[in-house]
Design a binder for this molecule. Sequence first.
Ligand code: PMP
Length: 399
Amino acid sequence: MIRNFFQSKSRNPIAERCDKDNFTKLRQKYDLYYRIAESQSGTRITIDGKELVMLASNEYLGLSQHPKVVEAGKKALEKWGSGTMGARSANGGRGFHRELEEELAEFLGKEACHVFAAGYLACMASITGFAQRGDIVLADKNLHSSLWDGIRLSMASVERFSHNKPAHLASVLEQLEAETPKLISVEGIYSMEGHIGALPEICELAERYNCFVSLDDAHGLGVLGNQGRGTANHFGLTDKIDIIAGSLSKSLASTGGFVAGSKACIEYMRTHCKQSIFSAAISPSQAACARAALKVMQEEPEWNQKLWENTRRYKALLDELGLDTWESETPAIPIVLGTREKAYYFWKHLWEKGVFSIISTAPGVPPGKDLVRTAISARHTEEDFQIIEAAIRYASSKR
Ligand code: PMP
């Protein structure tokens, strides 16, 4: 009887799909993703007893182990407890949420800001909070998954334009009805490619065609602009961009996300976006760590300087070896190998020589762009660099 019960369970088509999925089997066989580090110290992590230099973290400024950031997290935990146990719209709002939002808004040069428990939620909300059925979202083809999910959920229709090609966006805009409300969705730094978004041209088009501009600057914050104020600030375009969304999980050394804009826009979004209305607010320690990191960013500019110094040094090495970095201009640097197999071996050779990277293959990247994603941190030391350089030279020689 009991046996029959379990047998009939495993025959349901969805459970069966889980048992048989080839892609999952492939992932498990090659053991590339979901790796667990047993310990971490600085830029070093240990996996299966092997110490590796982390060369794939989004922790651009290297602040997650900064004493001020760690201390702020501990204090918040002691003062407020572990969680918020509810949505901001209901019981979850606390004073530190308001403080973090005010500090972020001021830093970004916007009137108001709203913080979410994940960058993914914030970026979704940067679309669903504004676009609706009947509107058109103009989307760069290489947008992050969170933005695509936001676009789908918004029920607006979508027009894609070639990655970072404002000329193509212009030709798409030309064909649309002038009265239809339009939102342009772009990124400040594209995370996989390391490209800086062509914001000057995008803003010009937005003005000409009367479009709302929503910018995901998850990777630009802390990296570009005055004291790391991001890509809009870097181009002096903060006032031309309606919404700046981002993550707290990269330069701000925490987890969570935000959307900043005018008071009216942020209040409108608070009323309409499900990602905040129905999801618990960011926890006290997460918020406190982000606030502390934001302060460190402003008080200790040496982290940003070191980040760019390390980036230039690393990029020079890749250029010397003739590696294809997809014209990355930032600390997020892909090494394009072109096929899944070549990317796998490059990744494996780095691993053998003590360097942790991430492999990304089609359909995650366009066909022929299979790559190993690497990212530089301000925290990489001279000793790290020696290991990185030896590993990259080795992997490159085996191509
Ligand atoms: N936007 C972009 C461009 C990202 O790269 C990411 C995460 N990698 C997110 C949004 C989501 O941020 P989080 O990981 O903080 O949820």
